[in-house]
Ligand binder design. Structure first.
Ligand code: DQA
Length: 148
């Protein structure tokens, strides 16, 4: 089972950026921890869980990576869209365009406890589901959901 963990703008600065909100661990740590966690897990067909990752600060690059994942036959995508969550019709359309690949929207912080502009997601209606507010564990929960 091949999954893609996709991260949008400013998530390359995890660990340095607003640590009171996003914690003190880096994106590399997060991804390594995720791979270690699922290293011995298999999907319902007994196949290993392979986790690829990609981060970009650019909306177009994220769209290109979604389309690439679809062409390559990825089984599911965990997507922290960062601030583009609240603005991007283009990413909404890109997620719709790669149906039926399931995409889970994730957020490290509970966006609903924060500024009003973070309460709206342009992405959620195109996604299979949304997980937010569990810190870096949000990514693990999203992978669990895709495996299940
Ligand atoms: C975020 C929440 C977004 O509102 C914010 O713009 C981010 C990170 C999160 O993971 O909590 O960049 O997606």
């Amino acid at each position: 089972m091949k999954l893609l963990v996709l991260n949008g703008p400013n998530l390359n600065l995890l660990g340095q950026r607003e640590p009171g909100i996003y914690g003190s661990e880096s994106l590399d740590f997060c991804l390594q921890h995720l791979r270690d966690h699922f290293a011995t897990r298999t999907d319902r067909n007994g196949q290993p869980i392979v986790i690829e990752d990609y981060q970009s600060n650019c909306e177009g690059a994220l769209i290109d990576r979604l389309q690439q994942a679809w062409r390559e036959g990825v089984d599911g995508i965990v997507f922290n869209v960062g601030a583009y969550t609240h603005t991007s019709i283009a990413l909404h359309d890109a997620i719709k365009s790669i149906a039926p690949v399931p995409v889970v929207e994730v957020h490290i912080s509970n966006v609903h406890q924060r500024e009003a502009f973070r309460h709206t997601s342009m992405i959620a209606p195109a996604c299979k589901g949304v997980i937010c507010g569990f810190g870096l564990d949000s990514y693990r929960l999203a992978v669990e959901a895709l495996i299940n």
